[in-house]
Ligand binder design. Structure first.
Ligand code: HEM
Length: 441
């Protein structure tokens, strides 16, 4: 690879990825990157290199580490299929970053403990089921947040996110945690450190405080994801570190907040999709689930899927030495011109077959906002259930969702959607349709 190409990949792909903050979004940086549509430039550069050099992974050395950037859709599928061995999700970078606040979290667990923790996560989050077994309690919290949001009058990101974070605390820890903003703040401090990985100090006291605070909700009588987790027999195994799986859940709800808010903006500008969503009679709300998936396709909240090679291996025809980090950049595949119809347009239907949501639609390129195979997000169904119900509640209860133009111009129907979006710039005027708002039963 020429030094010019190497420099361009670092400048246009790697630096913007790291700059936005992989663990906690940096708002000002997100704004700057969106202004220059950084992801569009990254996609174009990788497409150009694929055309010129072929589909084999790009190998480069960055700061003393070997990196392989995956360009071929089948190679991306192969890397995900060969997770966790020989491609572990517990990469050196992730272990250093997430280790700040969840050293025993499943995503950064090595071979010996990963299966136990993975099983605990999938069981606690009811992975693979359209509705979580606690859906009655969870839906109640979602519905009351939806009613609350539809009465907000003015809705900006700060207001929306504060209410969504309260919802996340209720879902994860129970109603007693609704007002515990200190817990979210404590986690945010640790996450901000994690953005800097090795370069930030280890804050053991803060980490212990976080776990103690999470643990303080363990005895609450109400149903929550935490209560369900602790009721599972695997949670009793000391190697599972059950409580330590929970910080990841709390922080991962950020992605669900961003996806819901962005989907709301897209729907606000698209009366046909809104009408289709409001007409749904299927209680799993497939159309709204597809809207959230399509939003995440367009703007994946995990823009880098990373793996480390645990042994010398190969990808396609390229030898991959042990300890190489593999980078799958989902926007490259999600915006691939081979994806029909037009990958730059909002088309929720691409996720539906016979009216039902497809986890893995049959497309020439992988659509992987929740990853796939062994490290696939165990909360995918839970996230889709919560976000679709929230959107449905807001759409049903708010008569008018009038997006303020400016930041929205980029989102109008029919125009290619930008690859980078600053969701924080979106604002709505919302007026509740009736004084006594109703909710879907
Ligand atoms: C829109 C919302 C979300 C998106 C798009 C998302 C996406 C992802 C992705 C892409 C991965 C895999 C990373 C990889 O392959 O390296 C992942 C892993 C994971 N996610 Fe999510 N996530 C979301 C929300 C959540 C929530 C709310 C929870 C918990 C309640 C959660 C729990 C997890 C866990 C525990 C893992 C690690 C899985 C493992 O290593 O086996 N996620 N998520």
């Amino acid at each position: 690879m020429s030094s010019f190409d190497r420099a361009s990949v670092i400048r246009e792909v790697l630096v913007p990825l790291a700059a936005r903050g992989l663990i906690l979004r940096r708002p000002r940086m997100v704004r700057r990157l969106a202004r220059g549509d950084a992801d569009r430039r990254a996609i174009s550069r990788l497409e150009q290199l694929r055309t010129e050099r072929g589909p084999e992974p790009l190998l480069l050395s960055v700061a003393g580490r070997r990196l392989a950037v995956v360009l071929d859709p089948d190679h991306a599928r192969d890397v995900l299929a060969r997770t966790p061995d020989p491609f572990t999700p517990a990469t050196t970078e992730k272990r250093s970053a997430l280790g700040r606040f969840e050293p025993h979290g499943v995503l950064i667990s090595r071979r010996a403990n990963r299966p136990l923790r993975r099983e605990l996560n999938t069981a606690a989050l009811d992975s693979g089921h359209a509705h979580h077994r606690l859906s009655t309690a969870l839906n109640e919290a979602v519905d009351s947040t939806a009613v609350d949001l539809s009465r907000a009058g003015e809705l900006d990101w700060t207001t929306f996110n504060a209410r969504f974070q309260a919802l996340a605390r209720v879902l994860v820890l129970g109603p007693g945690a609704a007002a515990d903003t200190q817990l979210t703040d404590l986690l945010a401090t640790l996450r901000a450190d994690a953005n800097w990985a090795y370069a930030s100090p280890l804050r053991r006291r803060k980490r212990r405080r976080l776990l103690a605070r999470i643990g303080s909700y363990a005895g609450a009588p109400e149903d929550s994801l935490l209560s369900h987790l602790l009721s599972l027999s695997a949670a009793g195994d000391p190697d599972a570190h059950a409580l330590e799986q929970v910080p990841h859940w709390l922080f991962a709800f950020d992605a669900a907040a961003i996806a819901s808010y962005t989907a709301l903006a897209l729907l606000a500008l698209r009366p046909d999709d809104r009408a289709q969503a409001l007409e749904e009679s299927d209680p799993t709300l497939p159309y709204l689930r597809a809207c959230v998936l399509e939003t995440l396709r367009l703007w994946p909240t995990t823009p880098a899927l990373l793996r480390d090679a645990t042994t010398d291996t190969e990808l396609g025809e390229t030898p991959i030495p042990k300890q190489t980090t593999l980078l799958i950049y989902p926007p490259l595949f999600h915006r691939d011109p081979r994806l029909e119809p037009d990958p730059d347009l909002f088309r929720p239907r691409r996720w539906l077959a016979d009216g039902q949501v497809q986890d893995r639609p049959d497309t020439p390129v992988p659509l992987i906002p929740f990853s796939d195979k062994d490290a696939r997000c165990p909360a995918q169904e839970l996230v889709l259930a919560v976000t679709s119900r929230l959107l449905s509640g807001v759409l049903e209860n708010a008569e008018l969702l009038s997006p303020q133009m400016g930041s929205y111009e980029a989102l109008v129907p029919g125009r290619p959607l930008p690859a980078t979006l600053d969701h924080q710039a979106l604002r709505f005027r919302v007026s509740a349709s009736t004084p006594q708002a109703t909710i879907r039963s």
